[in-house]
Design a protein around this ligand. Structure first.
Ligand SMILES: Nc1ncnc2c1ncn2[C@@H]1O[C@H](COP(=O)(O)OP(=O)(O)O)[C@@H](O)[C@H]1O
Ligand SMILES: Cc1ncc(C[n+]2csc(CCOP(=O)(O)OP(=O)(O)O)c2C)c(N)n1
Ligand SMILES: [Mg+2]
Length: 308
């Protein structure tokens, strides 16, 4: 019997789709990171990413159009931030049913361009096509000095794990629609040269830390009482709900103070754990008790997964 996406889940399906792709000389980082990195001129690299935003999957149908645009652009900018890139260009393919008012799409577009401008990017093009539900497919292009992208794969045993802000409750609070992508923070971490690895938290800390550990060939320990939580949410929300769009990065313990001193954001990053040589993921609570970190964050095609 044919195996469907529902049988495999999003992560296994992506693994299969990307398993045997041919390499290209100028492509420094292909599938597997928050964005791809390609050689530009002798002093710079290009960074590319794409993300869909689909009605009833990523936003409810009654969402204000400007918020839809903000979120669509914010997700792609967050991926560029996770590489430490300077955003440059955004493209958007808009898919919409025929009865959508033009004013709605104009407001979506304003949501995109307002956020893009804040982060130094411009809307450079796209396409418009008819479809059954509103969907925005955003492509974002950034740049950074040659060889300086912060990858998922650079974490080393002993590195401290830190996040740029509180987690959990993104969907219930509406933060998934109006978050600020951590572009300035990502750029600062890249410029500092102090971060060994970085990822943006879209699927949930539990899964996204797993991506860092897998790419780096390490494990990780999280200290549960250190994970910063948004008001009114518990640790499980922070670990498994997703859509926080904060950055998680790994750096040597002694780098944390220097990072805090130069930090461009409002609140300093919070140290929540440590990278381990042993390739397992675990949670240590206030009493020192250790438990395995469950593997059950957000995944497309998995209706039994945690849904808000
Ligand atoms: N259908 C696909 N074909 C090729 N590469 C893919 C596909 N889907 C995802 N990828 C790649 O797999 C990696 C993980 O994807 P995803 O989980 O969507 O990343 P993110 O959470 O950062 O948006 C990325 O590097 C992405 O480019
Ligand atoms: C209507 C609706 N249902 C559910 C959610 C919750 N949700 C949708 S996608 C997602 C995770 C992140 O999205 P994904 O497409 O996996 O982004 P990526 O990891 O590829 O950046 C979550 C928690 C939502 N935001 N809106
Ligand atoms: Mg995802």
């Amino acid at each position: 019997m044919a195996r469907t996406l529902k049988d495999l889940g999003e992560r296994e399906a992506i693994r299969r789709l990307t398993a045997h792709l041919p390499a290209a000389a100028e492509l420094v980082t292909g599938p597997g990171d928050d964005a791809a990195v390609a050689r530009g001129d002798e002093s710079s690299d290009w960074v590319f990413t794409t993300d869909p935003l689909i009605e009833d999957r990523h936003f409810a149908s009654d969402t204000p159009p400007a918020s839809i645009g903000h979120k669509a652009a914010g997700r792609a900018l967050s991926d560029l931030a996770a590489m430490g890139a300077d955003p440059k260009y955004i493209f958007v393919n808009t898919v919409a049913p025929a009865d959508v008012p033009i004013e709605t799409l104009e407001a979506v577009c304003r949501g995109i361009t307002d956020l893009a401008r804040t982060h130094g990017a411009v809307l450079a093009g796209g396409d418009l096509a008819e479809g059954d539900a509103l969907a925005l497919h955003v492509f974002a292009v950034g740049t950074l000095p040659r060889g300086s992208a912060v990858l998922r794969s650079g974490a080393r045993p002993g590195d401290r794990i830190a996040v740029t802000g509180p987690l959990g409750g993104s969907f219930a609070s509406g933060r998934h629609l109006n978050f600020t992508p951590r572009v300035d923070e990502g750029r600062f971490l890249r410029e500092s040269g102090l971060a060994h690895a970085m990822i943006d938290l879209s699927d949930g800390l539990g899964t996204d830390l797993r991506h860092i550990a897998a790419a780096s060939g390490t494990g990780a320990t999280l200290f549960s009482e250190r994970v910063p939580l948004h008001a009114g949410v518990d640790l499980n929300a922070a670990l498994f709900e997703g859509e926080d769009y904060e950055l998680l990065f790994c750096c040597p313990a002694e780098a944390l103070e220097e990072i805090r001193v130069g930090w461009p954001g409002e609140s300093a990053p919070v140290e929540i754990g440590v990278i381990t040589e042993e390739r397992t993921l675990s949670l240590v609570d206030a009493s020192g008790a250790r438990a395995p970190l469950e593997d059950r964050a957000w995944e497309h095609f998995r209706p039994e997964g945690p849904r808000p």
